[in-house]
Design a protein around this ligand. Structure first.
Ligand code: F6P
Length: 337
């Protein structure tokens, strides 16, 4: 069999480990031919394709980013809504010309939706969920999330000591797009006092009160972790909005740190390396058994798969009754309510 593999959307730690997991299982165990498609879906359009052998898959397990390159697939989402568009036909022709039996698409929500559309046009597709945001519907966890939470937690740990020394409020803005998974997990792991998520309503006065109460109880500093997707007045970045408004309302010196892209750059954690390898290996098993139109996923401790049709167009967000949110409430952490 001949398979193509591409990565699409924002990069994240573990893509290379996934490519390796798919490719090595395919070549070593099943004798398949594996082709790397460069720059995401545009690689199929521009025919940026190269065969991968065992040696090109060596030494990449611990590398950040993606050796195949990536691109945002917004234009493909639009384009694929019109199956007769010239570009759609070019993609279909590219797949046929190469004689591919399957296309493996590593990506987040947008990619899985595009993958579903391509599968509806007759291409054999397997999706593999990737994103630091952990917001892909249909899987308990995405690879990249653990690494991002480790990085954000280490940053919050470091911010604690400077916050204490200066008796300041420190606002830490983390990534996550519309979802608060990184804020919730890094906030809980880093011992934040206030955790603000895009999914939960925020009462600003309650946030100020909580910070004020802490100072009155003799706790000389507070750590506020805020997800980048939290909506603010005038669409200001939540980090700078909360920094200014907390200082104004409480009179306590407040500083902000925006963690940004360091959360998704660099080497994947051991957990993500294993998860990526498992998801990649499982994708190849599905290909071998001819089970297409599916996304590999994690359910509990098991790797399994779900139809792309079910996943397409959905987001996995933090629910108000999330176990960690409930625990945090019981421990006195403020979620802005
Ligand atoms: O989806 C991953 C992510 O890093 C989000 O957390 C963030 O909002 C977005 O990508 C940033 O996207 P870009 O790479 O287009 O700046």
């Amino acid at each position: 069999m001949k398979i193509g593999i591409l990565s699409s959307g924002g990069d994240c730690p573990g893509i290379n480990a996934t490519i390796r997991g798919v490719g090595k299982t395919a070549i070593v165990n099943y004798g398949m031919e594996v082709f790397g498609i460069y720059g995401g879906f545009s690689g199929l359009l521009n025919r940026e394709i190269q065969q991968l052998d065992e040696s090109s898959l060596s030494g990449i397990l611990n590398l950040g980013g993606t050796v195949l390159g990536t691109s945002r697939e917004k234009k493909f989402k639009k384009m694929l809504s019109s199956p007769n568009a010239a570009e759609t036909q070019t993609i279909l022709e590219g797949y046929k010309e190469l004689g591919l039996d399957c296309l493996v698409c590593i990506g987040g929500n947008g990619t899985q939706k595009t993958a579903y559309k391509l599968s509806a046009l007759g291409i054999n597709i397997i999706g593999i969920p990737k994103t630091i945001d952990n917001d892909v519907w249909g899987t308990d966890i995405t690879f990249g999330f653990d690494t991002a939470v480790n990085i954000a937690t280490e940053a919050i740990d470091r911010i604690h000591s400077t916050a204490g020394s200066h008796r300041r409020v420190m606002v830490v803005e983390v990534m996550g797009h519309h979802a608060g998974w990184i804020a919730l997990h890094a906030g809980m792991a880093g011992g934040a006092d206030v955790i603000l998520l895009p999914e939960l309503p925020i009462n600003l006065d309650r946030v100020y009160e909580r910070i004020h109460e802490r100072f009155q109880k003799g706790k000389p500093y507070s750590i506020v972790v805020v997800g980048e997707g939290v909506k603010t007045e005038n669409k200001e970045n939540p980090g700078s909005f909360f920094t200014k408004s907390i200082e104004k309302a409480t009179g306590i010196e407040t500083r902000q740190t925006v963690l940004g892209y360091i959360q998704r750059g660099g080497s994947p954690s051991p957990y993500d390396r294993i998860l990526s390898s498992r998801l990649g290996g499982y994708a190849t098993e599905l290909i071998n058994y001819g089970k297409f139109g599916r996304m590999v996923c994690v359910k509990g401790n098991e790797i399994s798969s779900i139809s792309l049709e079910k996943v397409a167009g959905k987001l996995k967000l933090v629910e108000p009754d999330n176990e960690l949110v409930c625990l945090g409430h019981k421990m006195g952490i403020s979620f802005g309510d």
